[in-house]
Design a protein around this ligand. Structure first.
Ligand SMILES: *[C@@H]1O[C@H](CO)[C@@H](O)[C@H](O)[C@H]1NC(C)=O
Ligand SMILES: *[C@@H]1O[C@H](CO)[C@@H](O)[C@H](O)[C@H]1NC(C)=O
Length: 417
């Protein structure tokens, strides 16, 4: 044991002294990326406690040895494209709310883990179609200006099924993510000549990044975060997410969305959408952002789900606030975006008539503009800039050529001051 230590120590010392210096020679501020929902790659293994939901899933599970082998659960295109296996993926990817623990967990008999925390490989699916959606184009653009995965460029994937819960509510998944990201940011900084990092998020990643920052000590934020670049996240969710609550989408993602708290995170927040703006219209009753519990009941969500929305999700939405570290929000606009849903005869099982307004195709401009007041006008927020890219869509902000040039310029600005 002692001998191992003696041999090990010079190696560690060597790395410690030389590596930071070598890496910082690039002169770049390290960048940590948080991609959007469904980008994170998850692995799973089945234990003896797994109860397959159907004979087909039992057969598929029997073919895989239990206990030992980790397999790709998400995103496994081979499994998803096989109609007999896709429902099994949906089942294994679902989470359940454990009343005793007061927290979500993997479904019984399934253990999941992130494929790779710290690297962009942790969220870049093998499926090339996801490169636009999952920051793949941004990674390529960063590599063209000299960034290197694992040296100056890092990935912070998160379990997208388990968004941060209100302070004081158990949320082991997000707590683990906070610890991992804090350690990653410190390591990225240390190995790059103590330069503070640039945190860049897209879409749902913005909620994770913002909660992470706001729950980190102020001194830590100031010391370690040079700049937070938040792309395609509004201050108050988007109306289109209400449609998801109403539909009975039985695809794997639909079922996972229904089982978990991700269905709550993007709901229009009363912080941004006021009590006078009907978001859903029916003949007899309209629903505003403040009527979300009534809307949930109307579309058939059980009271227990409504309670989870009120206790775990809504307080997070209401506390959306300035991260205080220098922040630039980058958003698209000028794309038709769901602004009102009309279920005239009150049948939520039918497709609604959609009234479109301005936004990035997903997030409404009201939610995007609110960033300027919620973050920009906070007296504690010293540096805030809002970049609006006309004609860029929600995903186009991190995948279109012109938008990428703007985003890269925002990220690089820290290297020249
Ligand atoms: C994809 O899923 C199938 C079925 O669950 C599994 O047998 C296979 O090993 C998975 N692929 C990978 C790369 O893990
Ligand atoms: C719902 O909102 C629409 C549009 O603002 C309004 O015309 C209508 O009277 C409202 N209906 C009810 C039942 O309040």
């Amino acid at each position: 044991m002692a001998a191992t230590h003696i041999l090990f120590f010079p190696v560690v010392l060597h790395l410690f002294l030389l590596w930071p210096h070598a890496a910082s020679a690039s002169g770049l501020h390290p960048v940590v990326l948080l991609p959007g929902a469904t980008c994170t790659q998850l692995e799973a293994r089945l234990t003896d406690a797994y109860l397959p939901p159907s004979p087909q899933c039992a057969a598929a599970a029997a073919a895989a040895p239990r206990g030992a082998r980790w397999f790709r659960l998400w995103k496994n295109s081979t499994a998803l494209d096989d109609p007999t296996v896709a429902p099994c993926v949906a089942d294994q990817l679902s989470v359940v709310f454990d009343r005793v623990a007061g927290d979500y967990r993997d479904t019984r008999g399934v253990e999941t883990r992130l494929l790779d925390f710290g690297s962009t490989r942790g969220f870049l699916a093998d499926d090339p179609a996801d490169r636009d959606l999952c920051m793949g184009r941004l990674v390529e653009a960063l590599e063209r200006v000299g960034y290197r995965d694992g040296e100056t460029l890092f990935g912070a994937p998160y379990d997208f099924r388990q968004p941060p819960a209100a302070a004081g509510q158990p949320c082991r998944s997000f707590s683990r993510f906070q610890r991992q990201l804090r350690a990653l940011v410190e390591r990225a900084s240390r190995t790059n000549g103590d330069k503070p990092v640039v945190v860049v998020s897209h879409s749902q990643g913005g909620y994770f990044a913002l909660e992470f920052l706001n729950r980190s000590p102020m001194a830590w934020r100031r010391r370690h975060v040079k700049h937070f670049v938040m792309a395609s996240t509004g201050a108050g969710g988007f109306v289109g997410s209400m449609r998801f609550l109403a539909t009975r989408d039985d695809s794997p993602l639909g079922r996972v969305g229904r089982s978990s708290a991700i269905k709550f995170t993007p709901l229009p927040s009363p912080k941004v959408f006021d009590r006078h703006t009907p978001l859903v219209i029916t003949r007899h009753k309209n629903y505003t952002a403040e009527d979300m519990p009534e809307f949930m009941a109307a579309v058939g969500l059980p009271a227990s789900e409504v309670a989870l929305y009120k206790t775990r999700a809504l307080p997070v939405a209401m506390s959306f606030r300035a991260p205080v570290v220098p922040t630039t929000c980058v958003n698209g606009g000028g794309v038709p975006t769901t602004e009102t849903l009309v279920y005239w005869d009150g049948d939520f099982g039918k497709d609604p008539r959609v009234v479109y307004g301005d936004g990035d195709g997903v997030v409404n401009s009201a939610s995007i503009l609110a960033l300027d007041t919620v973050i920009g006008d906070d007296p504690k927020q010293e540096y805030y800039r809002s970049v609006k890219i006309a004609g860029a869509s929600h995903v186009g902000v991190v995948s279109g050529a012109a938008a990428l040039r703007r985003v890269i310029a925002v990220i690089l600005q820290d290297n020249f001051v």
